[in-house]
Design a protein around this ligand. Structure first.
Ligand SMILES: Nc1ncnc2c1ncn2[C@@H]1O[C@H](COP(=O)(O)OP(=O)(O)OP(=O)(O)O)[C@@H](O)[C@H]1O
Ligand SMILES: [Mg+2]
Length: 234
């Protein structure tokens, strides 16, 4: 479970997040929408424990989130705008490094399986600096799910993915969702959320302006009109 209470974030004079309170239950799959600069990534980083709020609190599974709270950290897989990967290393080397960091005992099988799932078998020993944008993104996704986190925080995960990778990614989200993993996904791609999300949050100007549970067969046009009403006021 994720609880953010009255989160405010100020950068200098500017208020980036204003009083954001939201509770996300275990196993929910939530899409986070909103225009550029609305505060989505900032809120997600606060949930991930990468930055601190100016005021307000975050709790993960009922435990208040503090810096250096490693037990909570192991529960979380975070994919951000940056890949957090090392350019001079191959996918295998990067994943081995993170497996060690997460204290995984015998990660080889999991790493092999992931490399196959992201379809990089033929490039697994090549340095990332030779990779395309989408190949790096696929490796970053593997890094985020490597330790089988209970909570997956994804910031624009579809960036750079081709149609086949998007389809693989959608299946992966659906399957971890079914296993009971909590998924929070910031995205601008509405067609990628309709089958995999059961709730939508919309941010605008640092406020959480909409929190809607999606019921039954949600359509793309349904999500679009919800967004347009909130963001464009139409
Ligand atoms: N380190 C920083 N210093 C100053 N301002 C910042 C910083 N990080 C973010 N901001 C500002 O905070 C606001 C929210 O940024 P944030 O990245 O959370 O938006 P976002 O909703 O994720 O947007 P996008 O859809 O473009 O990714 C923006 O106006 C941005 O300029
Ligand atoms: Mg962002």
């Amino acid at each position: 479970m994720i609880e953010t209470r009255q989160i405010t974030k100020a950068m200098g004079e500017k208020l980036i997040l204003k009083d954001v309170s939201v509770t996300i239950g275990k196993g929910e799959s939530v899409a986070v929408l909103g225009p550029n600069g609305a505060g989505k990534s900032t809120w997600l980083k606060i949930v991930a424990g990468l930055i601190r709020p100016t005021s307000g609190t975050v709790a993960i599974n009922g435990m208040p989130k503090k810096k250096d709270n490693y037990s909570a950290q192991a529960l979380i897989g975070y994919l951000g705008h940056q890949s957090f990967l090392y350019d001079q290393f191959s996918p295998v080397e990067n994943l081995k490094y993170y497996a060690k960091l997460y204290g995984m005992k015998k990660p080889e099988k999991r790493i092999d399986e992931l490399i196959e799932r992201i379809n990089l078998q033929y490039f697994k020993h090549e340095p990332l600096r030779s990779f395309s944008r989408g190949m790096v993104q696929r490796t970053a996704i593997a890094r985020a799910i490597l330790h089988e986190p209970q909570i997956l925080l994804l910031d624009e995960p579809h960036t750079g993915l081709d149609q086949q990778s998007k389809s693989w990614f959608r299946d992966m989200i659906a399957s971890v969702h079914q296993e009971g993993v909590t998924v929070v996904m910031v995205t601008h791609e509405f067609d990628q959320l309709v089958d995999v999300s059961d709730r939508v949050l919309i941010f605008k100007n640092g406020h959480l302006t909409e929190d809607q549970v999606l019921r039954g067969s949600v359509t793309l046009s349904g999500v679009k009109s919800l967004y347009d009403r909130q963001v464009l006021g139409s």
